[in-house]
Write a protein of this length. Structure first.
Length: 305
């Protein structure tokens, strides 16, 4: 019998999972319970866990195929376990870590690749005394609360996602940035996507989108600003205040998140992350995009009038 208790933390997302020690192998019943809760609450918090890298990897593997982090710069991975990405603001060998400012704008993990992540499992190792919270937005609710005319407008829309829009990327170690760019050319994803397990649709927008296909920059920027403002409304957001030992697992197939930089940067913040590989490839690499810009539209109008 499962001893697990699920305690909701927010309306839009977030639930605490108690009564399970993640160092122990999960029973099938517990795994089913956790997976159901994950699909319902999007963000699950397991407090007071102390996992070794091996234990974190073993737990994460129960929920999907682990990403080998091919899209990431090698220097940002755990030296002995490439399944673990180390998010740290510590100075190593006189250099800032390549992840010291990761996640600072609203994003869905790996939207700059053709295969968005299924989810991630983040374990808090060290944290500053105050600040450095993480927020998640429920993108099912974001889509479901748009009015029918806007729904129709975006139904078949595609967006160009670009790794160079990762906020603060230019302040990172230039070799890390060069690696990220080389590994990740701009990609196209649909704006409305369907969750492979729940079958529900959600709104795939974030702050790493360059433009919508077939729209002028002006149209793209305004529409994107409107959609992002809507999707990150407080009503759709869960904000997590970390404690050391927290394991947080999020469903990346229907959410976006942001790591807040509101803390004393001389204080360490260290997280170990396992990433789950997406089950489906929804994106394609952008090649030879003929952009329709406003100037050429005006020229075309002038030619026919
Ligand atoms: C991530 C991320 C959030 C954080 O691991 O994908 O965005 O709070 N991190 O560090
Ligand atoms: Mn992230």
């Amino acid at each position: 019998m499962s001893m697990i208790k699920i305690i909701p933390l927010g309306f839009a997302a977030g639930a605490q999972v108690v009564g399970v020690d993640l160092r122990q192998p999960l029973s099938d019943a517990d795994q089913r319970r956790i997976n159901e809760a994950w699909l319902e609450h999007i963000v699950l918090v397991f407090p007071e866990q102390q996992l070794t890298p091996e234990e974190q990897i073993a737990f994460s593997r129960r929920f999907g195929v682990l990403d080998d982090h091919e899209s990431q710069a090698p220097s940002t991975l755990h030296p002995e376990h490439r399944e673990i990405l180390v998010l740290s603001n510590k100075v190593v060998g006189g250099k800032k870590s390549g992840t010291y400012n990761s996640g600072r704008n609203w994003h869905t993990d790996l939207s700059y690749t053709t295969r968005l992540a299924k989810g991630a499992i983040l374990h808090c190792k060290e944290k500053p005394p105050v600040g450095g919270d993480t927020m998640w937005a429920n993108l099912y609710l974001a889509l479901e609360t748009l009015t029918p005319p806007i729904r129709r407008l975006i139904e078949d829309l595609e967006a160009l996602h670009d790794v160079t829009l990762v906020r603060g990327i230019e302040q990172r170690d230039p070799t890390v940035v060069a690696e990220m760019k080389k590994r990740n050319p701009p990609v196209i994803h649909p704006v409305v996507r369907t969750h492979p397990e729940t079958g529900r649709k959600s709104l795939l927008v974030n702050q790493r989108i360059r433009r919508f296909l077939g729209m002028s920059d002006e149209e793209s920027q305004n529409l994107l600003a409107m959609l992002n403002a809507h999707a990150t409304s407080p009503e759709f957001v869960y904000r997590h205040r970390w404690s050391v030992g927290d394991v947080v697992m999020w469903d990346n197939r229907c959410s976006m998140h942001v790591a807040l930089g509101d803390f004393d940067q001389t204080k360490p913040r260290v997280m170990f992350r396992c990433s789950l590989e997406g089950e489906v490839e929804t994106g394609r690499i952008a090649r030879d995009l003929a952009g329709s810009d406003r100037e050429s539209m005006l020229q075309a109008v002038a030619a026919v009038s």
